[in-house]
Ligand binder design. Structure first.
Ligand SMILES: [Zn+2]
Ligand SMILES: [Zn+2]
Length: 270
């Protein structure tokens, strides 16, 4: 492979989080800031994101290729909500995708977890503010007040004095919707997750497919069905590790090295 540079569209400072991991494998990351990625959808809802998280990351990556005139383009897109089990804490999912504009395939790195300050709430009195600020991590992390189109809407309040003044002015009319700002440049917790995602992508870029030699070969979700160590019945634990090339789609399988613990067996531990 000869070309080792990729372009990234961002106005949200993601370059600093992504470039170091790529530099470690000898890739150069070019910044394209001439395009406003907010046109592809914003977290605060001024513009709805069209399609899935992957669609959005892909559109950014393809746009980066075109605008920079390079073979590889990167796209980053996050999704935030409640954790999938109890639904009571925040949950983040980040995708960093590299589009090969010549071979026309995408190399994807996903990461998800509870490392997020994602939080939405309704504020009816200033008394609840200190708790909210510590939960969100303001002012290091941004806070968005109100919804787009409402008089109270504001997403550029950077210190507590201006935030308080703004809230006091609008709280007199009605309770206010407040939300953690998930834009990367206003959210160091998210920025750290994007950096971890970049390490995952770098690992894939550095791994050439044993069949077609293109970058991106890596592990995908395993097949379940490992046999229980006690009763030998199949469990939902992994049975087969799988590795796939996103370019030629070849899949290689490898038996999982261990049997399942009876702890995970529906028969032994219902
Ligand atoms: Zn391949
Ligand atoms: Zn069992």
């Amino acid at each position: 492979m000869t070309e080792r540079r990729a372009a990234l569209l961002t106005r949200h400072g993601k370059h600093a989080a992504i470039a170091p991991a790529l530099a470690e494998i000898g890739w150069h990351l070019e910044l394209v800031d001439s395009y406003d990625t907010d046109l592809l959808g914003t977290f605060s809802g001024e513009i709805e994101r069209a399609g899935s998280q992957r669609d959005a990351a892909l559109a950014k990556a393809q746009g980066a290729c075109e605008l920079a005139g390079v073979r590889y383009g990167l796209g980053s897109e996050g999704r935030f909500g409640a954790d999938p089990w109890l639904g009571c804490s925040g949950w983040a999912s980040e995708l960093l995708l590299c589009w090969d504009g010549q071979r026309r395939y995408a190399i994807e790195a996903w990461i998800s977890g509870a490392q997020t300050n994602f939080y939405q709430t309704t504020l009816s009195s200033m008394a609840a503010l200190p708790d909210l600020l510590s939960r969100v991590g303001f002012p290091e992390h941004g806070l968005i007040v109100g919804h787009p189109g409402s008089a109270a809407f504001h997403k550029e309040l950077v210190d507590e004095a201006s935030l308080r003044a703004h809230l006091l002015q609008h709280l007199a009319q009605a309770p206010l919707e407040l939300c953690s700002d998930m834009r990367a440049h206003r959210n160091p917790t998210r920025m750290a997750m994007i950096a971890r995602c970049a390490q995952g992508l770098a690992q894939r870029l550095a791994c050439a497919c044993p069949v077609c030699a293109m970058p991106g070969y890596g592990e995908i979700a395993p097949l379940a069905g490992a046999l229980c160590a006690d009763c030998a019945r199949p469990t939902r634990q992994p049975r087969v590790r799988r590795f796939q090339c996103p370019c030629c789609q070849v899949i290689h399988e490898q038996p999982w090295p261990t049997q399942a613990s009876p702890q995970y067996c529906d028969h032994c531990n219902p």
